[in-house]
Design a protein around this ligand. Structure first.
Ligand code: EPZ
Length: 423
C-alpha cells in the first residue's frame, strides 16, 4: 500500500488540467451495456473506481479497450450477473442494475455494503425499478431483479427519500426506462450535472429523455440504441478540491478544463470567505487568489444545485486555519466526519455533534501521521498537510486513488512538496 508524505510550507503556483468526472464516468460506462453497438467514451479518469467498472463490464461480456482517457466498449452480448467480488468493492457498481435489467430482462447484483460515510441503502433504486414492473428477490447477498414477460412498462415514479433525491437511483431508473413501453416520469429526480451528462450520453445513443438536470425527468421508451462518441464533463469535485488547495497554500493557481456553471455553490463559499475566484470568459479556466483577511463561513450540504456533500471535508481543511468560527452541516451523509478526528491530531479545533462540525480556525496545524478513511476525507488530510508545520504522512492512499487521477503528480506540477512512497 502507498502512503503520501506532504511536506508543509510550499507555495502552490502555476496551472493544471482538471480530469473528466469520476461520478459521470461510472454511470456512463454502465450505460454502455444498453446497446449492442460500439461506444467511445473520452476523458474517463484513470482512477480505481473507473477501473473497477471496466472490469465489471468486461466480466459481463463486454469487449473493452482503454488507452489513456479513452474507453472503447462493445457489448455485443452480455450476461445478467455482475461479479459479486467486484461489485462488493465499489458501491457505485449498483448502477449496472438498471441497464442489465433493461437489456437482458434480469439483473443479479450484490447488495452494496455500507461504507465509512454511512449506510448506503438502495431502497429508492428498487422502488423505482419495481414501479416499472420489475420484481425483486434477495439471495446470498445478491439482489435479483426481473422484468415482467412483456417487458418493463413506463410509470410515474417519485424517487424522493428522507435525505432528498438519489443520484445513482435516478441514473438506474432512467437507464431502465429507456426501453420501457410508453412514458416514464421521474419526480424528485437528482439534478446533478453528472445525471444530465448521462442523459446526454443516452440521448446520443437514440434514447428520448427530457428534463435531465431538473427534478422532473421524462423518458419515452424506444426499442433499440445505436453508437456514440461522448466526452465526459469535467470533475467539479476535483476542481473544488484544488481550489481549496489554492486557497490554503497557493498564489494565483489556475485550473483548466473546468465548467463554471457547475461550480456555483462551491465558488460562492470561497467568495463568502473573502477569496478571489476569477473565471475566464469561456468559463473553462479559473484562477484563485487567497484573500488578505479570510473569514469563516457556514455550509449546509444539499442536493444539486446546493452545496455538494463531496466537498464538505475539503472545506473543513480550509476552515481549520481560517480565522473565526465556521460551521459544516451534512444533511445528506450525517456521519461523514471521519476526517475531523484525524485533523484534530494535527491540532485542528473541531467539535462534531449530530451531523454538524463547528470549526475554530487556528494559526497553523502541525504535521502528524494520519490515516485516510474515505475518498474525500483523505483529500482533506492532504489539504491540511499543505500548510501544516512539518511532514504529514497519509497512509492508505488507495482511498484517494479511487477518485483522484494522479493527485500527487498534479500537486507536484503546482510545486507542492509531496512524495508517494511504499508503506
Ligand atoms: C452519489 O452517490 C455520488 N457517487 C456520491 O459521491 C455523492 O456523495 C452522492 O451521490 C450524493 O451527492 C457517485 O455518483 C458514484 P445518493 P449515491 O443515492 O448516488 C440516501 C464521492 O465521494 N439513499 O444520492 O450513492 C443515501 O443514504 C461519492 O464521489 C436512500 O436513502 O448517493 C444518502 O443519504 C461519495 N435510499 C442520500 O440518499 C436509496 O435507495 C443521497 O444518496 C439511495 C440513497
Amino acid at each position: 500500500m502507498d502512503k503520501l508524505l506532504v511536506h508543509g510550507g510550499a507555495t502552490l503556483r502555476g496551472s493544471i488540467n482538471i480530469s473528466g468526472s469520476k461520478n459521470a464516468s461510472l454511470p456512463i460506462l454502465a450505460a454502455s451495456l444498453l446497446t449492442d453497438e460500439e461506444v467511445i467514451i473520452r476523458r474517463v479518469p484513470d482512477v480505481s473506481d473507473t477501473n473497477y467498472m471496466v472490469q465489471i463490464i468486461s466480466a459481463l461480456g463486454g469487449e473493452i479497450e482503454r488507452s489513456s482517457g479513452t474507453v472503447r466498449i462493445h457489448n455485443k452480448s452480455i450476461v445478467d450477473t455482475a461479479p459479486y467480488d467486484l461489485v462488493r468493492r465499489m458501491r457505485a457498481s449498483i448502477c449496472v442494475m438498471g441497464p442489465l435489467l433493461a437489456r437482458t430482462g434480469r439483473a443479479v447484483v450484490s447488495l452494496p455494503g455500507g461504507c465509512i460515510i454511512g449506510d448506503r441503502p438502495v431502497d429508492l433504486h428498487l422502488r423505482g425499478l419495481e414501479a416499472l414492473g420489475a420484481t425483486t428477490e434477495f439471495d446470498s447477498g445478491n439482489i435479483i431483479i426481473t422484468a415482467p414477460k412483456g417487458g418493463l412498462k413506463g410509470a410515474e415514479i417519485n424517487l424522493r427519500g428522507t435525505h432528498g433525491p438519489t443520484v445513482l437511483g435516478t441514473d438506474n431508473v432512467m437507464m431502465a426506462a429507456v426501453f420501457a413501453e410508453g412514458t416514464t416520469v421521474i419526480e424528485s429526480a437528482a439534478a446533478e450535472p453528472e445525471v444530465e451528462d448521462l442523459a446526454n450520453f443516452l440521448n446520443g445513443l437514440g434514447a428520448k429523455i427530457q428534463g435531465a438536470g431538473t427534478r422532473r425527468i421524462t423518458i419515452e421508451g424506444v426499442t433499440s440504441l445505436g453508437s456514440i462518441e461522448h466526452t465526459v464533463i469535467p470533475d467539479r469535485i476535483e476542481a473544488g478540491t484544488f481550489m481549496a488547495a489554492a486557497v490554503i497554500a497557493g498564489e494565483g493557481v489556475t485550473l483548466h478544463r473546468i465548467c463554471r456553471e457547475q461550480m456555483t455553490a462551491i465558488t460562492k463559499i470561497f467568495e463568502d470567505c473573502g477569496h478571489k475566484i476569477i473565471f475566464n470568459e469561456a468559463g473553462d479556466s479559473v484562477t484563485i487568489h487567497r484573500g488578505e483577511n479570510p473569514v469563516g463561513a457556514e455550509i449546509n450540504t444539499a442536493p444539486y444545485p446546493g452545496y455538494p456533500t463531496d466537498m464538505q471535508a475539503q472545506m473543513t481543511a480550509v476552515f481549520a486555519t481560517t480565522p473565526g468560527i465556521s460551521v459544516v452541516k451534512d444533511t445528506i451523509f450525517p456521519q461523514r466526519f471521519m476526517h475531523c478526528a484525524e485533523m484534530k491530531r494535527m491540532g485542528a479545533d473541531i467539535n462534531v455533534d449530530s451531523g454538524t462540525a463547528i470549526i475554530k480556525g487556528v494559526k497553523q496545524l502541525s504535521a502528524a501521521p494520519v490515516m485516510a478513511s474515505d475518498l474525500r476525507a483523505s483529500a482533506a488530510l492532504v489539504l491540511a498537510g499543505l500548510t501544516a508545520k512539518g511532514t504529514t504522512t497519509i497512509s492508505r492512499l488507495y482511498h484517494i486513488d479511487r477518485g483522484y487521477e494522479h493527485i500527487d503528480e498534479k500537486l507536484l506540477q503546482l510545486h507542492a512538496r509531496v512524495e508517494r512512497v511504499k508503506e
